[in-house]
Design a protein around this ligand. Structure first.
Ligand code: NAD
Length: 700
């Protein structure tokens, strides 16, 4: 076999005249071999990396190989594969893209399209062998092939997640996917932006075949010997149909996002126009739209959050050794305890769930079962996995030894005296190195640690409700928490598939600390006569998933009041005393659970209540400014006080813990977007116009 090292200075026609011998060409990111049958096996293997991504370099190199191959007269077929174990192609190299000037980004958009177009035009049948993550530009490469063979493996995940990052598939995805699966289904895949497993990808038509690893190459060889079937006909690519699909899709997205997100709307326009026009026209639309989105702030913020999340999900502290955790206990089988127990069991841990009340324990286990059944119904897990999950949960109403548990998570009623008693009891029944974690929302973790011998094993682990859906866990570290315990807690949370953010032990930690002044300010607006609906709508238009007053009803006025009092002890100079909360509590109007709070909740409807005979005319912009500044100012104070170690951590915690408008990047990013000087002057203005105490004194 001849081996050739690719040298761009050499004349391709001279080097690569077809011989009958198999040959191998070794580049930087790719190597390929042309076998005796004239089949080219192109392997993507970026150097010194566990992943393959598209960068200017890797795309340029592939384009050059394809140019050479287009002169190979005896070429019979082309197979594209990856040498990486768990990655086919992860997509575009977002990290290097962040440093490109706008001209560089435009060039990259063009280069991706041109390279994949060159592949599409290679006049032989082409197959992509997909194993591992095949996302975004990775999948768009396969769309330029005639066959997509997915290899059965848990790590195979396929899809186009661009709209989740404020972008759209601009390397042929918007244009070629409707040709493959039809316009309606292409819109669905692109707008959801989810990666799917191989089986689902086959069901959706994203791949043409699904085979075990050992059969992939044979399947490819067989397919390459057959004539390529003609492209499927999809009635919904007709120009008579696409305007209706566009209208319906826009209506749905505008309703769900209040038209706040640009990328999905642009994607709808491009997909529906590209579906009924030429590929060239579609690619032009993709380029224009993608270049526009790449220049906007939404994509930048969403990509920043993506990196922050990735970093938190993989974070390893500099010191401390993470111990593997297999065996855990959860104390308290209420809403949180049951949710945590289910999350642990679903990830393969044995869990003992305890409670003092037998009926609470029965409810708790019922809830674990419900959550597991729902996962089966949604095809997230199969029945055997569900059975195994349930088998891993045991229960007890009486004190049992906990010496073999590596971690115990306390999720009992929010009451310091009770939790202290529980901690003292846990210390007596566990081993000296059993990690004792508390799920408290706002109580002092240090006070709990003071009740046990070996306080270095105490840590806060603040999960959010509902546990199965909320990805964030605040890890509360004390000065005395040992590095090994911290490292173990972080790795443990990551093993659960959740995102850990390390915070200091301060009332409300990060999320509740920042959220509470915002909720109180919304209540103050009610007291000033601003209609409930206007306040909530203003914040929905800001991008929050739920208005603050509706959120208070969901949390429960009693629960919120409890957190408020804990915080008020520490921050009485900023948190106002508001009579509306007391009035609601006294009337038993606890929010949704009692049928009313700021809203009336009936089976038929949820209707805002009227709290003032004359409506304050304060407009939506002023409401947004006032409430968003409370969030940003409190976030800045948390950063100043070192409650979290970086602005990125605080922004990530607020987005994952409260749904803070992701396209704004988080409350601290928002401060930069509107300008710190402007924010400071507005905060001063509000601080002086409002009765004290108020939360508007600007953070240093
Ligand atoms: P819950 O009232 O639903 O459940 C608390 C459970 O603790 C009850 O079943 C109760 O019987 C049990 N319990 C009381 N004393 C006990 C003891 N000595 N030993 C064992 N069990 C005991 O409360 P929840 O909403 O699940 O909250 C639990 C903890 O999680 C609290 O600290 C709360 O602040 C925190 N938290 C709650 C939420 C939320 O939204 N509900 C979110 C984050 C954190």
């Amino acid at each position: 076999m001849n081996t050739l090292v690719l040298d761009p200075t050499q004349d391709p026609d001279q080097d690569l005249q077809m011989t009958n011998q198999p040959r191998e060409v070794v580049g930087t990111h790719f190597l390929y071999r042309i076998d005796n049958d004239g089949l080219c096996w192109m392997t993507f293997d970026s150097p010194n990396s566990t992943v393959n991504v598209w960068s200017t370099e890797s795309l340029t190199e592939l384009a050059s190989h394809l140019e050479h191959l287009s002169h190979e007269t005896a070429l019979r077929g082309f197979i594209f594969r990856s040498a990486k174990e768990r990655i086919f192609i992860a997509g575009a190299d977002l990290k290097s893209m962040r440093n490109l000037p706008s001209s560089g980004l435009q060039k990259l958009v063009w280069l991706g399209q041109a390279t994949f177009d060159r592949l599409a035009r290679l006049p032989v049948p082409k197959v992509a062998l997909i194993r591992g993550a095949c996302a975004g530009g990775g999948y768009e490469l396969t769309l330029a092939c005639d066959y997509r063979i997915a290899i059965e493996d848990d790590c195979t995940r396929i899809g186009l997640p661009e709209t989740q990052l404020g972008l759209l598939p601009g390397w042929g995805g918007c244009t070629r996917l409707p040709r493959l699966i039809g316009t309606r289904r292409a819109l669905d895949v692109i707008l959801k932006g989810r990666l799917m497993d191989a089986r689902n990808a086959l069901r959706q038509g994203l791949v043409t075949h699904l085979v075990p690893a050992g059969h992939a190459e044979d399947t490819a060889r067989k397919l390459l010997k057959q004539p390529v079937p003609s492209a499927p006909h999809h009635w919904d690519r007709s120009p008579l149909v696409t305007p209706f699909l566009r209208w319906a899709a826009r209506r749905k997205v505008e309703g769900a996002t209040r038209s706040l997100y640009e990328a999905p709307l642009r994607a709808i326009d491009v997909v529906t126009a590209a579906a009924s026009h030429s590929v060239e026209f579609g690619l032009q639309l993709e380029r224009d739209a993608l270049n526009h989105l790449l220049m906007g702030s939404q994509a930048q913020h969403l990509i920043d959050l993506f990196f922050q999340r990735e970093a938190a999900s993989k974070h390893r502290p500099a010191i401390g050794v993470a111990m593997p955790v297999h065996n855990a206990a959860v104390v308290g089988a209420g809403v949180m305890g049951a949710g945590i127990a289910q999350a642990l069991a679903a990830r393969g841990l044995s869990v003992l769930m305890t409670d003092v009340a037998p009926e609470a324990l029965a409810h708790g286990i019922e809830r674990v079962r419900d959550l597991t059944d729902t996962a089966v119904r949604k095809h997230a897990i199969d029945r055997k996995t569900a059975r195994d999950t349930l088998d891993r949960v045991s229960t007890s109403c009486t004190p049992v030894p906990l010496t073999h548990k590596q971690i115990v998570i306390e999720a009992a009623t929010e009451n310091m005296a009770l939790k202290k008693k529980i901690f003292a009891d846990l210390a007596a029944r566990s081993a000296a190195d059993t990690i004792l974690a508390t799920n408290t929302s706002a109580l002092s973790v240090a006070e709990l640690a003071a009740t046990v011998p070996h306080p270095e094993r105490v840590i806060g682990m603040h999960f959010f409700n509902p546990v199965h859906r909320m990805p964030l866990v605040e890890i509360v570290r004390l000065p005395e928490t040992s590095p090994d315990v911290l490292a173990t807690a972080i790795a443990f949370v990551q093993k659960l598939g959740k995102v850990p953010v390390v915070v200091q032990d301060s009332p409300g930690f990060v999320v509740n600390r920042i959220l509470m002044p915002y909720l109180l300010e919304a209540v103050r607006l009610v007291e000033e006569g601003v209609p409930v609906e206007r306040t909530d709508n203003a914040m929905l238009d800001f991008g929050m998933p739920m208005g603050p007053l509706r959120l208070l009803d969901e949390i429960g006025i009693d629960v919120a009041n409890h957190v408020y009092h804990t915080l008020r002890e520490a921050f009485s100079d900023r948190l106002p005393a508001l009579k509306t909360l007391d009035t609601l509590l006294a009337a038993g109007h606890l929010g949704k659970k009692s049928g009313q709070g700021f809203y009336l909740h009936t089976k038929a409807e949820t209707k805002a209540k009227v709290f003032s005979a004359t409506a304050n005319p304060l407009d939506a912009d002023s409401i947004q400014l006032r409430l968003s500044l409370v969030l940003s100012n409190e976030a800045a104070l948390c950063l100043h006080e070192g409650i979290a170690s970086s602005a990125g951590d605080i922004d990530l915690a607020m987005v994952l813990g409260t749904g803070y408008a992701p396209f704004r990047g988080g409350p601290l990013q928002h401060l930069d977007s509107i300008g710190r000087d402007y924010a400071r002057s507005e905060l001063h203005r509000l601080a002086h116009s409002m009765p004290a105490p108020n939360p508007f004194t600007p953070a240093p």
